[in-house]
Ligand binder design. Structure first.
Ligand SMILES: NC(=O)c1ccc[n+]([C@@H]2O[C@H](COP(=O)([O-])OP(=O)(O)OC[C@H]3O[C@@H](n4cnc5c(N)ncnc54)[C@H](O)[C@@H]3O)[C@@H](O)[C@H]2O)c1
Length: 338
């Protein structure tokens, strides 16, 4: 087994067993043996219904047909002859051990904090940004082997290919964090270039990378995608027209993917940050925009840090949120309650 394949235990769900490189053949053989006599369609049906249950739960559900010893034996077979240690404390402090997660916008702000949190919890990050300099800084501070950097633009097809290639044989998570602002321009002042660039990065780039990663996840049996939306995904008075439109589109992308691929064990959720101290440009480039939006900006909750946003994003990336799909988590200090 490679260093980056997470151990699998009786606490893991059937779906995770089915997606696990070593666990998959073992659980398939086991399920087939358990349901001898049934045709393969029936077997798929039953498997579909129980896929979100931990393997251990089958001991009780089978009313003695399956013993705990038999489950332990499956766990041993899937982990090279040993039963991995299961500690709850360990599980919550190292949720990404053995996992590979792609993070865009990883050179700065929320993306960088997300990458660092994943690395701190044992994961390997494919860090993507247009700035090589910022990525080098991230790599310099991270333990060896924990980061693969890809300098590239998520709107560029060749760069998308390089990102997926850098991830290797398995992608467990994708955090689409890269995004740009729009100078708070109101509709009648938006020039074509700003509209196209904002839509290209925030929507088209997020779509292109998601398309490539979801295709890979369909092959490997699942994963978790988190799209960074914005308070501007939820209301009309948080930014200019192009940014607001683009971030509403991110929610559409999230919900469509969540619905389409839920049955394939691919969860897609969004985090909508409120004001966060990062390198993003938040200046008003329009007097009209400032006059109309300014008074509302005075009411928003205090600014938070990128590390706080990383906690929301990594929760949705991790198995801690295993029952959550298609949701928009406002991580905004309560702004959306106004
Ligand atoms: N900071 C906030 O208050 C706030 C609020 C709501 C939403 N957001 C969203 O959070 C996300 C992260 O923003 P941040 O505040 O950390 O900004 P940031 O500017 O600090 O970081 C964004 C990073 O993305 C990179 N990037 C930009 N375009 C790219 C592209 N085409 N391809 C690859 N990388 C690219 C930049 O080089 C930068 O390093 C964005 O999607 C933003 O819209 C931020």
């Amino acid at each position: 087994m490679s260093d980056h394949i997470a151990p699998i235990t009786g606490k893991d769900t059937i779906a995770r067993w089915l997606a696990h490189p070593a666990g998959s053949p073992i659980i398939r053989e086991f399920l087939a043996a358990m349901s001898q006599g049934q045709d393969s369609k029936d077997l798929d049906n039953v498997t579909g219904k129980i896929q979100n249950l931990p393997l251990n739960a089958l001991v009780e559900l089978s009313q003695g047909k399956l013993t705990q010893d038999a489950v332990d034996e499956l766990v041993r077979q899937a982990n090279g002859g040993v039963i991995p240690e299961e500690s709850n404390a360990g599980a919550s402090s190292a949720r990404f051990t053995g996992k590979t997660v792609i993070v865009t916008g990883a050179g700065s702000g929320i993306g960088k904090a997300t990458a660092e949190q994943i690395i701190a919890e044992g994961g390997r990050v494919v860090a993507v940004d247009i700035s090589a300099e910022r990525l080098n800084q991230l790599a310099k501070e991270a333990p060896e082997g924990s980061v693969a950097t890809v300098t590239g633009d998520i709107t560029n097809d060749a760069d998308i290919e390089s990102i997926v290639k850098a991830a290797g044989e398995r992608i467990d998570g994708l955090a689409n964090v890269a995004g740009i602002m729009d100078g708070m321009l109101p509709l009648h002042e938006v020039d074509n270039d700003s509209w196209e660039r904002v839509m290209a990065v925030n929507v088209t780039g997020t779509f292109k990378l998601s398309r490539a990663v979801v295709s890979a996840m369909l092959e490997t049996g699942g994963g978790s995608v988190v799209n960074v939306a914005s308070e501007a995904s939820l209301r009309g008075n948080a930014a200019g027209t192009a940014y607001t439109t683009s971030k509403h589109a991110v929610i559409g992308l999230t919900k469509s993917a969540a619905f389409l691929y839920g049955p394939n064990n691919i969860r897609t959720n969004a985090v909508a940050p409120g004001p966060t101290a990062t390198g993003i440009e938040g200046d008003f480039k329009s007097e009209f925009g400032q006059k109309r939006l300014g008074p509302f900006m005075a009411l928003i909750p205090p600014v938070t840090t990128a590390e706080v946003l990383a906690k929301s994003i990594t929760w949705l990336l991790s198995d801690d949120s295993e029952n959550i799909n298609g949701q928009v988590l406002a991580s905004d200090g309560g702004w959306s309650a106004q």
